[in-house]
Ligand binder design. Sequence first.
Ligand code: BTN
Length: 329
Amino acid sequence: MAERVQSEIRKKLIDAFTKNETEYLSGQHLADIAGCTRTAVWKHIEGLRKEGFQFEAVRRRGYKIVSIPDNMSADKITLGLNTEFLGRNLHYHDSVESTQKIAYKLAYDNAEEGTVVIAEEQIAGRGRMDRKWHSPKYTGIWMSIILRPKIPIPKAPQLTLITAVGVVQAIEEVTGLLPEIKWPNDILINGKKITGILTELQAESDRINSIIIGIGINVNTGIEDFPEDIRTIASSLSIESGKIIDREILIRTILEKLEKLYLLYLEKGFFPIKLMWESYAISIGKQITARTLTGEIKGKAIGITEDGVLLIEDPTGEIHNIYSADIQI
Ligand code: BTN
């Protein structure tokens, strides 16, 4: 409760400064706006300075905001977050090797379901199939979520598909862009990859302990931020929309959408999610090539199974179940 009051005071102060960017605001005026004492205003301004806000202070005139940090903060992310459990326990870091690694350890140490780890930068971000995931500072959303569903192990890939639907819905709502899903977990806009999802399991013989869902989204990444070899196949939300996107709003929206879908899944099973997933999928109904570890399969993608397995019909009419592959359309 005390923390929430504190966040609300900070929010009121930030609002006042950002609406009066060119003016000095006196300590008393700020205290009236925020509903606290002048000493409390001073303490909150010091706190905001530590979070990266810069202020100019002039005797008898007051404070003026000089710059707002590019970075996010746990406070700013959870402010106004409308979820029951997803993101309620949020670990925010400036720089980490990989949020997956931190979430994995937290899950092992019994962190509650819905715990989220977010970092501004990953220096050893991991992708699928042991690839690197490029995660430059302040440009994207690099986050891992701990879930503990009571489902059989073979059903775990369904969580990747649920996450993809939640992320697509959130991107659509926040940016107005129309993302599409490429099986199993790539989110593309105009044919370029914007988001990757990596799902890892902690399981004991026949029981899931936790599922760590890693989400990487190129949000405000400039083309020069991408390594040269992926510039033709990757993009970001800001490149595609021509606007800077508020990462904190996007994170909140993802957590809200994902929690709703997850609860729907626990109550009604995978079928409603499967229908949503198929409505966003680009590969279904198209001729595709699936590169698996054992070779290539060419044919028409005819759908996914209840377990999230991709079905390809080859020219002889044989149906192949694809569990893991890179897809080319
Ligand atoms: C892919 O290969 O498409 C999956 C990429 C997943 C990247 C995210 S970023 C947050 C989390 N931490 C990691 O190291 N990887 C995942």
